[in-house]
Design a protein around this ligand. Sequence first.
Ligand code: NAP
Ligand code: F7E
Length: 324
Amino acid sequence: MGKTAVITGITGQDGSYLAELLLDKGYRVVGVTRRTSTQVNERINHLEGKLELVSADLLDQSSLTTVIRDTRPDEVYNLAAQSFVPASWAQPVLTGEFTALGVTRVLEAIRSVDPGIRMYQASSSEMFGLVREVPQRESTPFHPRSPYGVAKVYGHWITVNYRESYDLFAVSGILFNHESERRGLEFVTRKITDGVARIKLGLAAELRLGNLDAQRDWGFAGDYVRAMWLMLQQPAPQDYVIATGRTHAVRDFVRLAFECVDLRWEPYVVVDPRFVRPAEVDLLIGDPAKAKAQLGWEPETTFEQLVERMVRADLERLSRTVTV
Ligand code: NAP
Ligand code: F7E
């Protein structure tokens, strides 16, 4: 019989790609959604009938324990979080509850029901923050620069701690930024590709951004969920950096995105101090050597291909809304 996986954060970018991957592999996939007054599961609507959806919240221990007890999964992927860095300054306590303590609740649910269940924790390159070494690898010390980064450091260490304390197969994937046409519109890559498409179609006149000098190691989300799965198939639980090993400034992403629609970016982009952060992560570049050597994982999508596919997808989506 196929394996069962529980995915928290199923309605998010990564949840949707991971669900597709696991369904292709013959898994029974159980997605955790939280109660809302409207159901807008736009990223997983195409999987209706293939997924089981259950209701639970990272803030509520008993709901998580019930899901684990009732579904008895082989693997749990904890992708749910308050994941937008600027929102973590506006809502620092809530971010700590979801993104930090939520991990303990998931671990406790597993420990109390069946310590044999394997667990993946979605850790982040934001933990490196003010970087101590270039490139960043598994052994690089953390120095987070936002309440989100601080919460993720807690999530990372509580995962390591439950592994060491209770012998759980719990791993922390330290993933660098990964993007797609399913990325939330507030994150810089999608904000840019959506903005470029709007400008090209005459729906907007400008694109307002913050710090164009920040550098990120950007990959494609579809490649990164493969690494999550691979981590849970290993003989022993270990933590891995997942990255492309290349970095680009926000300005490079902007330039390339505008080039995709044959426009120069300079006349359209306005730097707006509202989008500048109280503390910035200036440079991220990961070293994925361990993942390559031990998991056989490598990214398949280049930076240029990523920008192109995101611009094309936004152009297609928005073209459908423009009346001719
Ligand atoms: P995302 O699109 O923002 O999705 C977040 C998911 O978490 C959504 O399904 C959301 O549900 C759910 N969620 C939020 N609060 C919850 C709560 N209290 N209870 C239950 N579910 C809750 O994030 P993503 O980009 O897919 O990222 C997935 C994970 O990887 C996150 O933990 C993120 O912090 C981490 N990460 C992401 C990146 C990246 O570059 N994408 C890099 C490193 C780590 P709703 O739909 O109801 O809001
Ligand atoms: O910002 C700069 C901004 O919001 C990237 C999350 O998935 O990846 C993501 O966090 C950079 C920053 O992602 C705008 O200052 C300039 O330097 O797309 P972002 P992030 O903060 O790197 C990590 C790995 C995660 O774990 C997180 O969950 O772009 N930037 N102008 C801007 N950023 C935004 N959002 N909007 C702007 O207008």
